[in-house]
Write a protein that binds this ligand. Sequence first.
Ligand code: F6R
Length: 604
Amino acid sequence: MCGIVGYIGFRNATDVLIDGLRRLEYRGYDSAGVAVRTPAGLRVVKRSGKLAALESALKEEHLEGPLGIGHTRWATHGAPTDPNAHPHTTEDGRIAVIHNGIIENYLELKEALKARGHRFTSETDSEVLAHLIEEKYQGDLFQALKEALKEVRGAYAVVVAHEDHQEIVAARTVSPLVIGLGEGENFLASDVPALLPYTRRMVFLHDGDLARITREGVEVTDLQGNPLEREAVEIDWTLEAAEKGGFPHYMLKEIYEQPWVLENTLGGRLREEEGDVELGLGLDPMAIDRIHVIACGTAAYAGWYGKYLLEALARIPTEWDVASEYRYRDPVVDERTLAIAISQSGETIDTLEGLREAKRKGARTLGVINAKGSSITREVEDVLYIHAGPEIGVASTKAYMAMLAAMAMLAVHFGRRRGILSKEEAQRLLKEMRKLPRLVEEVLEKRPLIAHLAEKYHQAQDFLFLGRHVQAPTAYEGALKLKEISYIHAEAYPAGEMKHGPIALIDEHLPVVVLATKGPLYEKTLSNIQEVRARGGKVIAIATEGDMEIGKLAQDVFHVPEVHPLLAPMVSVVPLQLLAYEIAVLLGRDVDQPRNLAKSVTVE
Ligand code: F6R
């Protein structure tokens, strides 16, 4: 949550900060602000609302200087107002602080600081950091931050500038921070895409790291002041990949990137001849008796899909949980349990904490992750990168696709290694997986049909999504996409469960999207469609190419290409992503930055 950018060098910091914040606005867009070290001292401009509000304020109040810090906020403590926007300053305005995360003991700290004469101007937890640093400051900003953090409990990425110092100091615990290395200039950000126009050489700070960033270099220590070596990583994401490339929204661009993403994820990993997948994992699949999949939101639905495949192809008992529940349910874990954390950002705090809980109880760990160098990748024994490239649209699409592909590969790999899946069956699946990029391409070509459906149904107040077995997660993902970006109420159910309650919702006003692709449960799904029709509901069926019968039951049918039933979710989710997108556009919603959401959720 919240985007952070810092700059020190020879350019005008304001330009770098605004440019970086624009690339990070998906992390939060309740307010934005910058602090720049100008010849007249440290100057702050901040505004509630989107970045555009800050940009117009900066036209009035021009800030020029080679050092600055900037922030775009996703509100946790305090409403999205001007005073609550970051940076926060001390009363004399000489220290400016931006913060991402939550200071758990801020009330206690605030009362103590007030008692010592500090005056606060915001309702945020973050402002205590500025006052604490001021108290500790004796001429060394780095030292002051270190001392201040000793009193702080919680999660933070904190970045500090001081009027008298040619340096930015920063620290992180839980919330991510990355330093971009340049020549005669250095950068800082909460996320890689902010820095891609300037550098690809990045240093990822770890939990408990403090950094002093000057024009010439970077110094990293732990909270005790012991120097630490942090290796620079070369990032292979291109700038073009992080920009819209001619599409009106990042979400649409990312939906259209899915064939390429599948090529990338499956890449050189499929070994059709041997009937195996090469994942480069250290993990011995024979050393595990059960799997716990931990993730949130869209990633959790990919985990649910993974459960079906891991059980079907590798016969490993697999549990699937949303991470915020897993962590507190005291799961039964032993050293033969494999905990798999799935995450696009690799920073989702619920997922990270769920993983830590499994680790504490002795589990082996694997991350299925998109963002290289992210927190989860550093805490797991093995990482399976999904290689989806930067995902900027707040509603996840291409990362979901890549996660499904990764889970399918994992299941084949485990199934083969455990002697459950025959070479022939694996070969058949891998051959089908190879076709996926082309099949997804075919679905994308039929976007006008989805636009037509959107036109027909965009006035609906509610939607229901139904699917069975591997298509149950697809139904949930379809409903999540729709509610996230169109704000239409949407519910999802496993189709067989509908008759146990949700059927009461059905009337002639309710569009019901049914995943009815060919597979072992096709007939059962048809019965569910009959149940909806009998009660006047309007059925939009996602069916397999060539299935003409279904047209007799459903008002609308969208055909997807035929593929192995276990892989059908990868072609079926695409029309649902497009439907959500087209409806949101028709309703005039902000597709890339839907209200109340943030891309990377680093608070619990
Ligand atoms: C939905 C969405 C969220 C994320 C969830 C997990 O479109 O984007 O539900 O899937 O917050 O995020 P990651 O994958 O970064 O852990």
